[in-house]
Design a protein around this ligand. Structure first.
Ligand SMILES: [Zn+2]
Length: 474
């Protein structure tokens, strides 16, 4: 039987609570120490978040509550204005319905919130994970806490927005970004496609149709290596580049297929898919032939297809002209998508400059004015130079910064471009990037799933993060 708790239940609730505390060495939250604190904390006397008890044969064998929570979560982030959904029982097998009810109630409270769910009932937790799609779920043991004797305790965080609607994938990612977590993107696509046999000069995006398994495999390998999100094989799928390959009529097909393949790879990870948008290869007048409207039109056209196909975000990359990058950002923002935008710089005697002479300051201003949500740099440099790029950017903007370095400086070996900086050598720079204020890292040319795997391990060594429930248990 499930009913609201009364003051008379406090002893039973405390006994269960004490059992729980004694059997764990949980250190991630402040526990109430006095009876009064405990009563207030549990909300037994509160009206808004009453405690519910579970009774069997007249005995209280479990309790559950909603309580307000501010502080450090199990994932190491500071959580404001959130609600804890808590369920403690002496017996397993209680809970799914009770917790579902509590979560539904939490959703009506209207907080922009993370709900943390603690349950000793693994089966119930997994059922709820399926039902509500928690932002994060993991065994506490794996996130660095010491639940040695409570191995089946599952910790989950459920993110809701103000209206009680479940947060979208991208909202969850933005939340993590806002909480100061360093996020990991994927590695190179172009050099991976070449390894799989894409010939020099061929149209990479055609592979979305001719080699779907290879393309999906690249996204999957990066996600398996620990990337928090993946890109798409759509970098050059704008009307100007496709025209040069004779594929102008297949723009919709290539872009939609690119998103679909990454979506399929991302599905088991519930990962964000950020669609890649690269430069057109054309220039706006007076340097080139295009009007601003024509350039904007090309990005608008491509991004509309990417959005319709299910992209969560846009990642604008390898841009050499800040004005062109800004037009791409404008198109992404008009489509209502979260937009990361990266410019490519070379290290020159005059500081970092794009191939066409733009400096970091002009680039950052252009991207920020256009409304980019994340500003950064990819390609062109190895890690060492990227730390400097990041520092310069940090001084110019408050936006999150994204850095995707190449695997060192390319060398020509027997007519082939080779990138030699290994996973370990690159990963060593991540702490410095973090110190320089970088929020998102990934890899550009020459990086592989092995690089991303090492990045994951390195990042995890200086911050805790969410872990997914083992696939087998789901
Ligand atoms: Zn690159």
């Amino acid at each position: 039987m499930i009913r609201l708790a009364t003051s008379a239940d406090l002893d039973a609730i405390n006994a269960i609570y004490n059992h729980y505390v004694e059997n764990s060495t949980c250190t991630y939250q402040t526990q109430p120490s006095t009876e009064a604190e405990r009563a207030a904390w549990f909300g037994v006397h509160g009206e808004k978040h009453p405690v519910t008890v579970y009774e069997s044969d007249g005995e209280v064998i479990g309790w559950a509550s909603l309580s307000k929570f501010h502080g450090r979560s199990a994932y190491g982030r500071t959580v404001e204005n959130s609600i804890y959904v808590r369920n403690e029982t002496r017996h397993k097998g209680i809970g799914s319905a009770l917790l579902a009810d509590l979560i539904e109630r939490a959703r009506t409270l209207g907080h922009h919130t993370i709900v943390a769910l603690i349950s000793a009932d693994q089966a119930a937790s997994i059922a709820l994970h399926r039902k509500f799609g928690f932002a994060e779920a993991g065994r506490l043991k794996e996130v660095g806490n010491k639940f040695d004797r409570w191995l089946d305790v599952i910790y989950m965080q459920l993110m809701l927005n103000g209206s009680g609607r479940m947060a979208s994938r991208i909202e969850k990612l933005i939340e993590r970004l806002g909480a100061g977590e360093m996020l990991l993107g994927d590695g190179a696509w172009g050099t991976q496609l070449q390894r799989l046999g894409l010939e020099f000069g061929a149209c990479p995006e055609e592979w979305n149709v001719t080699h779907p398994d290879d393309v999906r495999g690249i996204a999957r390998e990066y996600l398996e290596a620990g990337a928090d999100f993946c890109l798409t094989n759509t970098f050059g799928a704008n009307r100007f580049r496709l025209t040069r390959h004779g594929f102008a009529s297949r723009l919709n097909e290539f872009n939609a297929a690119g998103v679909k393949l990454s979506r399929e790879a991302a599905e088991p990870f519930d990962a964000v898919v950020a669609a890649s948008v690269g430069p057109t290869g054309e220039f706006v007048q007076p340097e080139g032939m295009l009007s601003r409207a024509e350039m904007l039109g090309a990005f608008t056209e491509q991004i509309a297809v990417l959005k319709d196909a299910g992209a969560d975000a846009i990642c604008i990359e390898t841009m050499y002209v800040p004005e062109e990058a800004a037009l791409a950002v404008e198109a992404a923002k008009k489509a209502g998508l979260f937009c990361m935008a990266c410019i490519t710089f070379d290290s020159t005697p005059n500081g970092f400059r794009t191939m066409l002479g733009a400096n970091i300051q002009d680039s950052v201003i252009a991207l920020e004015n256009a409304g980019a949500d994340v500003i950064g740099s990819n390609c062109g440099n190895g890690m060492e130079q990227m730390v400097q790029v990041a520092k310069e950017m940090r001084a110019l903007t408050k936006k999150p910064i994204m850095i995707k370095a190449n695997a060192g400086i390319p060398e020509l070996v027997k007519g082939k471009t080779v990138y030699n900086e290994g996973p370990g050598a690159m990963a060593r720079w991540l702490a410095e990037l973090k110190a320089a204020g970088v929020s998102i890292v990934g890899g550009c040319c020459g990086t592989t799933p092995e690089h991303i795997r090492r990045f994951r391990a390195e990042i995890d060594s200086f911050q805790t993060r969410a872990v997914s429930i083992d696939k087998e248990t789901l």
